[in-house]
Design a protein around this ligand. Structure first.
Ligand SMILES: NC(=O)c1ccc[n+]([C@@H]2O[C@H](COP(=O)([O-])OP(=O)(O)OC[C@H]3O[C@@H](n4cnc5c(N)ncnc54)[C@H](OP(=O)(O)O)[C@@H]3O)[C@@H](O)[C@H]2O)c1
Length: 250
């Protein structure tokens, strides 16, 4: 039986690219999705096992994660790797009304960011801990997709940046907890892919933030995933995939 890899939020862009590539490479990929969009059909056609997981309801989340873990246990027995990719790039927005309305909106953004980037990887990794096995001479992998913004914060995506920082801290604890059976690492990209609505001015401004000055595409994230899957020794680390953004000094 092919070794199984779970990847969350894989119906589009980076997740879709990595899920298809890992499936082609001989793994049995299980991909979670929220909206049934063309990417899900593409995954199914490639043989990827697509499982619905909506990470919007705080009350429902523990049950939904337990259900997914149970399904994986009974269908595949064990897991070679889990990739925490699901994400929402939600910023703080000004709202009409008074302070109370603004704070309610900010609180909802903060909760949503923490739920998808920190709480879900936390609960899911704990649920899947008993299933994480590779070979006798090779540990399993937990890979969390973080963001360069952890290093700088962000004026209009404060909660997003804070939630990715929480994720990177969880990587430290989980690496300690799961060794030596599993390695736990983060991959922290800066710009990988622009969004559809990004205008030319935004693109030029963003490209200038890195030393390399390019939009590298999802293959850079896949290359870092491949590296971590091949390593038997790297754990508790954040792999930066950022075009040298940290050195683009004024
Ligand atoms: N793209 C970049 O340049 C970049 C830069 C730095 C870091 N990253 C990180 O790299 C990873 C992949 O980035 P990306 O740009 O490919 O992400 P993306 O296009 O925003 O896709 C994220 C996926 O997460 C799913 N998702 C969002 N909210 C969800 C919810 N409430 N419940 C369940 N699923 C939900 C989405 O599902 P739907 O398909 O239903 O919308 C989507 O498929 C993310 O962790 C991101 O933070 C990306």
């Amino acid at each position: 039986m092919a070794a199984t890899i779970l990847i969350t939020g894989a119906a589009q862009r980076v997740g879709l690219y990595c899920a298809l590539a890992l499936q082609r490479a001989g793994f049995q990929v299980v991909a979670t999705y929220r909206r049934d969009k063309p990417g899900v059909a593409e995954l199914r056609a490639a043989g990827v096992d697509c499982q619905f997981l909506d990470i919007s309801d705080d009350q429902q989340l523990p049950q939904d994660i337990a259900k997914l873990a149970d399904y994986l246990k009974h269908t595949y027995g064990n897991l070679r790797a889990v990739i925490h990719n699901a994400s929402a790039w939600q910023g703080e927005e000004p709202v009409a009304g008074g302070l109370s309305e603004q704070l309610q909106s900010d609180a909802a953004v903060f909760d949503a960011m923490m739920r998808i980037h920190a709480k879900t990887p936390y609960l899911l990794t704990r649920a899947l801990q008993p299933l994480l096995h590779a070979d006798a001479d090779r540990p399993a992998d937990v890979i969390a997709i973080s963001d360069f913004a952890v290093n700088t914060g962000s004026c209009n995506h404060m909660a997003y940046a804070a939630s990715k920082a929480a994720l990177e801290n969880l990587v430290l604890s989980l690496a300690r907890l799961l060794a030596p059976h599993a390695k736990v690492n983060a991959i922290a990209p800066a710009l990988v892919m622009f969004n559809d609505g990004d205008d030319e001015a935004y693109k030029q401004h963003t490209l200038q933030k890195s030393l390399m000055g390019i939009e590298p595409g999802p293959s850079e994230v896949l290359a870092a995933v491949d590296y971590l899957l091949q390593s038997r020794y790297v754990t508790g680390r954040v792999i930066a995939v950022d075009g040298g953004r940290h050195l683009k000094l004024p």
